[in-house]
Design a binder for this molecule. Structure first.
Ligand code: COA
Length: 333
């Protein structure tokens, strides 16, 4: 368990999203859906979509650069780069190596991790523990996804939900404690609830996998919905208990932005007030591993988070996976 004595703080944040906006009205022209259905069932109004020349590493690099600038740290001071993604530029090499090259962070070890929409919290947890163990001093953690690249824009049950983006955090050893508690979990028995079936070693890409549409995301929406509400509450209560806090002690709750109904149900069960909850799913849709990082960066830059605030991050995603973290925000000196 991580507790307040371990001295790891987030010193910089950044995010990047593509410029192209895809609105609900645009989607009405593409599939049998309506702005009203999407708004009421998901809370999403629009999302950003990468163009054909943009890949996950491009957005990840931009977000990472902004987080480094925010912290006033240069790329050659990095010990570790973790990119959490389910849409790497290619199966290998890792997207984190491409980010390292783009940034010129030649002293950093690099790896990707696949934890779906829990990716940023998984990455933060790994970075925190790497720093706590004394191995590293500075880690750049980036959650980045271009889900549009694996979306079937003829499938109305998935194409209305997702958007592209990247969110980054610079994590550093410090003499003040920032991360108060962190908890990760997984349940691989739910592997088939949210997946990309083709293109791996089980079903290598072929004419048959293409014809079957196995290069597109598949999802059991209702099952994921029920899992999401339950696990967000359980994971949040677990880290709150670990940190010795109550929901009322939290200044800002930043949940994974998948669906406004999931967020509201979880917030209600945790007895959180409206002004304790950060929401931007209306603007970006579900940006997968990027979502919590984008929200955190927006909240910091808009002044919604101040020094001393206690932030609760919680996510869930493919795997199935989940993660929660409580951070006491430390302003830059
Ligand atoms: N436009 C219009 N109708 C749609 C639609 C769309 N985009 N997508 C589905 N429908 C239809 C369905 O076909 C169904 O029609 P039917 O009753 O005639 O069969 C009806 O709407 C209701 O579908 P249902 O799946 O029960 O809707 P829902 O209220 O559960 O909402 C989701 C569907 C996907 C929005 C919701 O289940 C969800 O958000 N799940 C979690 C998904 C998620 O977060 N995934 C990522 C996890 S990281």
């Amino acid at each position: 368990m991580i507790n307040g004595k371990h001295h790891v703080i987030i010193t910089g944040t950044g995010h990047a999203v593509p410029t192209r906006v895809l609105s609900n009205l645009d989607l009405e022209q593409m599939v049998d859906t309506s702005d009203e259905w999407i708004r009421t069932r998901t809370g999403i109004l629009r999302r950003r979509i990468a163009d054909e020349h943009t890949a996950t590493s491009d957005l990840a690099t931009e977000a990472g650069r902004l987080a480094l600038a925010d912290a006033g740290v240069s790329p050659d001071e990095l010990d570790l780069i973790i990119v959490a993604t389910i849409t790497p530029d290619m199966l290998f090499p890792s997207t984190s190596c491409l980010v390292q090259k783009n940034l010129g962070a030649w002293g950093a070890a690099c790896y990707d991790l696949s934890a779906g929409c829990s990716g940023l919290i998984y990455g933060l947890d790994m970075a925190v523990r790497s720093i706590v163990s004394g191995g590293y001093r500075r880690a750049l953690v980036i959650g980045a996804d271009c889900v549009s690249k694996i979306t079937n824009f003829q499938d109305r049950t998935t194409c209305v939900l997702f958007g592209d983006g990247a969110g980054a955090c610079l994590v550093e050893a410090a003499d003040k404690a920032g991360v108060l508690a962190s908890y990760l979990g997984a349940d691989g028995s739910g592997w088939d609830k949210l997946l990309l079936r083709g293109g791996g070693s089980r079903h290598p890409a072929s004419a048959a996998t293409l014809a079957a549409g196995w290069h597109y995301i598949e999802m059991c929406g209702n099952d994921v919905f029920k899992f999401a509400v339950r696990i967000m509450v359980e994971a949040s209560l677990k880290v709150l208990a670990d940190a010795g806090l109550e929901p009322g002690d939290i200044d800002l709750f930043i949940p994974h932005q998948a669906n406004i109904r999931i967020i509201e149900s979880a917030a209600q069960r945790l007895n959180l007030k409206e002004d304790q909850v950060y929401i931007n799913v209306d603007e970006y849709g579900n940006t997968s591993a990027a979502s919590i990082g984008i929200a955190l960066d927006e909240a910091v830059r808009s002044g919604r988070i101040k020094g001393g605030d206690r932030i609760l991050l919680v996510g869930f995603g493919a795997g199935l996976t989940w993660g929660a973290m409580i951070i006491e925000w430390v302003d830059k000196a």
